[in-house]
Ligand binder design. Sequence first.
Ligand code: URA
Length: 261
Amino acid sequence: MIRLDKFLCDSGAGSRSTVRAILKAGRVMVDGAVEKDGGRKVDPDRGRVTLDGEVLGGRRRTVVMMNKAAGYVTATEDPAQPTVMDLLPPHMKHLQLKPVGRLDKQTEGLLLLTNDGDLLHRIISPKNQVPKVYYARHEGAAGEADIQAFARGLTLGDGTVCRPAVLEPLGEGESRITVWEGKYHQVRRMMAARGMTVTYLERTREGSLELEGLERGAVRELTQEQIRTLEQEAAGGGPAATVNLLEESAAEGLEAPWNLE
Ligand code: URA
């Protein structure tokens, strides 16, 4: 249980002084009755708090896109290290968001978080073939043989077989990599399997979602339309995004990866 005024601040209703004024004006209702006492205790997960008739916080389904910064582990808590939850703004802290899949501690870029457990599991399911695009800087040069090896599907050092993927060299020691799955340390291990060491890694795209100017360390809520598209893609639909991605690919002569299996 937390104080109503704190809950309102955390939900983005405004600063403490704004929240005091909002309460005084009778614009806040708790479980259907006007509440002016900011000291009243509410349960963020159960109480229905509205501001001007709009439900705040609590059980509202939320999906957010984060531009993860290096140095944060993808976990909801960790005894010793900062987690991606530390990057959430205060008004999102009580939404019970969980990371969708994971990025390594040093990997930056696009990470989704949601409080919809069902959607989360549909997105991370191995059946989900939403493409994930990474920008990598690496030691060692990527060449034609590497492109073909990625396209055929690599076998990692421990025998793990990867689905066909797209490797696009962008210049000296720089590549774009597209994978249709999310194995542990996948991109770093795929590059290592071809003798290249990744020194920097950023996820730039997941399905049709891109960072689009979202600053490093910042978070943005997905719109209802983006959530609908994400759901379609998680269900194996939304092929337009996938196909376009391949058409954009600079790797010539590659078939769609699912045709190579
Ligand atoms: N592949 C990796 O190796 N690391 C990540 O964080 C994501 C994909």
